[in-house]
Design a binder for this molecule. Sequence first.
Ligand SMILES: [Zn+2]
Length: 373
Amino acid sequence: MLLPPEAGMPYVRRPADLRLEPGSLTVEDGVIVALEDDPGADVLIDATGGAIVPGFVDCHTHLPFAGWRAEEYEQKVTGVPYEEISRRGGGIASSARALAAASDDEVLDQAREIRTEMLAHGTTTVEAKTGYGLSVEAELRAAGLARRIGDRVTGLFAHSIPAGYDAAGWMDEVDALAARADVDALDIYVESVAFRNEDLARLGEIARREGVPLRAHVEQFNANRSVPVALDAGARSVDHLACLHPDDLAPLAAAECAAVLLPGAEFLGAEQLAPGRALADAGAICVLATDCNPGTSPVLSMPLIVGLAVRRYGWTALEALAACTLNAAWVLGFDDRGSIEVGKRADIVVLDSPVEHLAYRFGRNPIAEVIAA
Ligand SMILES: [Zn+2]
């Protein structure tokens, strides 16, 4: 059974301190009530030979979306440049058209299917983002749909610059959206083809005004030096980091800001690798997520993400587990889950094999049982 180094920790910077020891627990009314057996319990689960770990927290997905973009993936892997794919109508604009064409029920049905599959892969808490609206009204609709899908809703109003706007002009709309929409955090995509560091700084001010955490997609394809800007703005997380500038690593590791790494997007997009080993060695609050989205990471399996992280970042299984449980819960502002402690929500996964197998038997789903509260 995987236990935190001590009770009440908001996150762990040194996952080697996690305790992996024989044990059992008792669940009552959706809460962990004891770290021992109750022989009189209504249901007994024998986890002999396996492992008991917290339910996975997927803190970075792009649900809700409509349909997939498989044809685009084939173009990408056979060498069609992104600009050409985009010219053929692909990219974020393609997902925006699909979302606009789909009814609420169609979007929700697809999202529920995905959440069911996520649950079967051990994920008990999911973040949802807006971002495929690309207009004020469509982003408000996306926020409403996200509320019905995710356990937390992030307003990624600054995802792509809609036609007819420049970055600053759309940021005026983002400002108004942030005041109107029901979201738990704000997010922005900073990249040469999207928003700039000055927009990130502005979103930081908006997030402060609205009293919600700031998150940011940064350094995915280029080192834009967005991390210092995000840290100045008090960001809760910086996500992607494949092109993190070496000078920004130590300040990030020292900050109370999570490094959310997305190895599924890195692998499927043949991107550079985020410096996962160096971030972990420096004591950063490391987090893993699927980035589940129809464009760059149509992945919903956290065991697969753990397998990628362990192999490609050179992480231990414990480092990967901390990154998709307690640390990911902290990113979403949940202190009631993410670790096995008395009083926490009973979000529990029983693996059918030791924790090291989670990464080692790559691509296999080792989830034997999931208890979601
Ligand atoms: Zn993303």
